[in-house]
Design a protein around this ligand. Structure first.
Ligand code: HEC
Length: 115
């Protein structure tokens, strides 16, 4: 009995984090207007050098947990994580994003299928 209750709780908490407050449709628009899709791809599946050797690697965003993307973008924003590469400059880009932008964009990329 206990086991079932635990599994149920776990499953329902997973479901609520997978569909966090972020607005998917707005996130889709923002990902384009902030040019995130230029590098990460429309579905966040880009993961190789798209701008030649200077940009060594693009990390895949598709299907990452929304909470992870939110945390990472906030780490760039507070410069706890620093990316000052002259092209990607993720730390600088994150400065322009509001908390809501971050949640919406994260909802969009986390819902994408990996391939
Ligand atoms: C010019 C290319 C470029 C653009 C535009 C860009 N990114 Fe990035 N992004 C990168 C690169 C390269 C990295 C890896 C940087 C590092 O080493 O920390 C990265 C890292 C990330 C990460 C960390 C992923 C992980 O798992 O470590 C997230 C999240 C992210 N970008 C989201 C965004 C969002 C949201 C936008 C739009 C606001 C955006 N990126 C715009 C190139 C770009």
């Amino acid at each position: 009995m206990h086991k079932f209750a635990l599994i149920f709780c776990f499953a329902s908490s997973m479901a609520s984090t997978a569909f966090a407050e972020g607005d998917y449709d707005n996130g889709k628009k923002l990902a384009k207007s902030w040019h995130c899709t230029n590098c990460h791809g429309v579905t966040g599946n880009e993961r190789w050098p798209v701008k030649g050797e200077v940009l060594a690697s693009i990390p895949m965003l598709a299907g990452q947990p929304a909470g992870y993307l939110i945390r990472t973008l906030n780490q760039y924003k507070t410069r706890e994580r620093v990316d000052d590469h002259e092209i990607s400059k993720m730390s600088e880009r994150a400065q322009s994003l509001s908390d809501q932008d971050i949640e919406d964009i994260s909802a969009y990329f986390s819902a994408q299928k990996r391939y």
